[in-house]
Design a binder for this molecule. Structure first.
Ligand code: NAP
Length: 543
């Protein structure tokens, strides 16, 4: 390990570790590496910490996980001092929380803001990473850690004329810091994923008119959010250990874990009563607390899907609109379920129109709005809720080269190959938090981020204690993990549906269809990581 080296004459500044990204994972990794006495530099494109919760300031942005399951668990002081005001907190509160943590531990002093990492190249001879930024600076580090987030590379739609529009337009994840006034505005929105749903339900009552351009509808489920008062907060705080323990037990590290019963094992009456019960519960209960076979058996999935279709029909006044909002190409929960509060009711308002772009094609964005095959729509504001180049996008945007000048993008051209989702062969001392094929990709993310960071910190400490300078996943370990990831995915219905889980983004047709997540479950993943560590980081070459 390097001595805590700083500037050395005119040569690039050196650090023990460089972390890319100052979101939830970068902040915590910085905290842990500082504890090891390492010199660390974090680069962050934004002007402040927060990652996802810094960028996604769009109206309605809020947690889909219970607030008290989403926060850090590592500091008793933070747990004691921070109160949540809602069961599913909104973005401003979440960002305040992350700033509270950053202030408390003085994290910003090691973070360089307004800086995008452009390239990172492994220098084999010197066993260090050379990192270049868009500020024209070069830095060196022994270790390189990406904390870039799975959903951070914003993706605009591939529609001609986007720059022609003369009104205000925003991608939801690049939302302005100043409030946007929707009063009496004619607003068009493209995209009805989890983000679009949150925006639509929030602004429908504020705008003059709202036109929703929908390609594939999603099954949405009620969030059932509510306030937390002081007395309830006290009760919640007393249950933190129980909540964290519960998250450790469940498949996705949420408070909701599947019911052990099979859908077809119970009577129809019992099944429907259970669906109703879950539909009335807050958060992901209906998605992740359902019968055990919901996402592994098509027949089981069909039963729940039918129930959810009926719920949509019950909530929409116009049956034609209702049918447009019901997915026909996939079952409930096989794509990420958007959580909603009066989303469907928004379509009952006179000022909200739904355009199915499979029937009415968007031809271009014009100076004044959106042109379609059936005429022009004039807007004051256009919102692009069109999502991300998911999971691999943020890494693809950095030119990363490893041993022999091999590019990461080329290595992963047919899909990522990793060991435990934390490393890939040929890129020594480069680690990915929430990397592809890591359990953190299908997870209540801070829970898995903490696991990723704790495990990686342990590995780095092991390197130091054992005087190892280089850690690299072996080809065999990478092959075995990649096969395990695909085998686990094949046991579920997720690969049967196109979504960002499958690396499908119709704005990026060159992307290869492949599974990006890990569906073996949090408990197995953690066990596997612990066993690897206990066996001297089995599967990694340590020199
Ligand atoms: P998304 O799920 O990828 O949705 C993008 C939407 O844009 C889709 O409806 C897509 O339609 C549409 N779209 C893209 N290009 C289009 C085009 N050219 N024409 C028409 N429609 C187009 O992205 P997202 O909604 O930002 O959500 C991404 C993920 O972020 C979620 O799955 C979730 O994991 C996370 N998220 C979390 C929260 C939370 O926890 N509170 C909130 C929001 C998002 P198609 O489906 O037809 O491609």
């Amino acid at each position: 390990m390097e001595p805590a080296g700083k500037n050395n004459g005119n040569s690039p500044q050196r650090y023990d570790a460089i972390i890319i990204g100052a979101g939830i994972s970068g902040m915590f990794q910085l905290y842990r590496l500082r504890e090891l006495g390492m010199s660390v530099k974090v680069f962050e494109t934004g002007t402040n910490i927060g990652g996802t919760w810094y960028w996604n300031r769009y109206p309605g942005a809020r947690f889909d996980s219970e607030s008290y399951s989403y926060h850090y668990s590592f500091s008793e002081e933070v747990l004691d001092e921070w109160d949540w005001s809602e069961h599913f907190a909104a973005q401003p509160e979440i960002l305040r929380y992350l700033n509270f943590v950053a202030d408390k531990f003085d994290l910003r002093s090691d973070i360089q803001f307004r800086t995008r990492v452009k390239s990172a190249n492994y220098d084999e001879q010197n066993n260090h990473w050379e990192v270049c930024t868009d500020q024209g600076e070069t830095f060196r580090s022994h270790l390189l850690i990406s904390a870039t987030g799975p959903l951070s590379a914003a993706q605009m739609p591939s529609i001609p004329g986007i720059d022609d529009f003369q009104g205000a337009s925003f991608h939801t994840s690049q939302w302005p810091h100043e409030p946007v006034d929707f009063t009496n505005k004619r607003v068009g929105i493209i995209g009805t994923g989890a983000t679009g749903v949150q925006v639509i339900q929030t602004i429908a009552s504020q705008v003059g008119s709202l036109t929703v351009f929908q390609r594939d509808p999603n099954y949405c489920a009620p969030l059932h959010n509510r306030k937390i008062d002081k007395a309830e907060m006290k009760e919640i705080r007393a249950k933190y250990p129980e909540y964290f323990a519960r998250c450790d037990e469940t498949f996705g590290s949420f408070l909701h874990g599947s019911d052990p019963r099979m859908s077809l094992e119970v009577s129809e009456e019992e099944r429907l009563a259970f669906f109703e019960e879950l539909y009335a519960m807050p958060g992901f209960a209906i998605w992740l607390g359902n019968f055990a076979d919901t996402f592994t058996d098509q027949k089981a999935n069909d039963l729940l899907t039918e129930f959810m279709k009926q719920k949509i029909r019950e909530r929409i006044n116009d049956p034609v609109v209702a049918e447009k909002l019901i997915p026909t190409d996939h079952g409930f929960g096989l794509r990420r379920v958007p959580m909603e509060t009066n989303y469907y009711e928004a379509y009952n308002q006179d000022n909200v129109d739904l355009i199915d772009v499979n029937e009415v094609t968007i031809t271009r964005i014009t100076q004044t709005g959106i042109s379609t095959s059936e005429g022009d729509h004039e807007f004051d504001i256009i919102i692009y809720a069109t999502g991300f180049n998911a999971v691999v996008g943020a890494l693809e945007r950095i030119e990363i080269t490893g041993v022999g000048g091999q590019s990461l993008k080329e290595k992963w051209a047919d899909g990522p190959r990793t060991y435990l989702g934390v490393q890939t062969n040929g890129f020594p001392n480069f680690f990915t938090i929430v990397g592809p094929h890591n359990a953190a990709t299908f997870c209540n993310i801070p829970r898995c981020i903490e696991q990723n960071v704790e495990w990686l910190t342990g590995a780095i400490k092991y390197m130091r204690d054992n005087r190892c300078e280089r850690m690299e996943a072996s080809v065999d370990a990478e092959d075995a993990w990649t096969k395990h990831v695909f085998d686990a995915a094949q046991e579920t219905l997720f690969p049967t549906v196109d979504s960002w889980f499958m690396n499908v983004n119709r704005n990026l047709p060159e992307k290869k269809k492949t599974f990006l997540l890990y569906t073996g479950g949090g408990p197995y993943y953690r066990e596997k990581c612990e066993a690897v560590a206990a066996n001297g980081y089995e599967g990694f070459a340590l020199e």
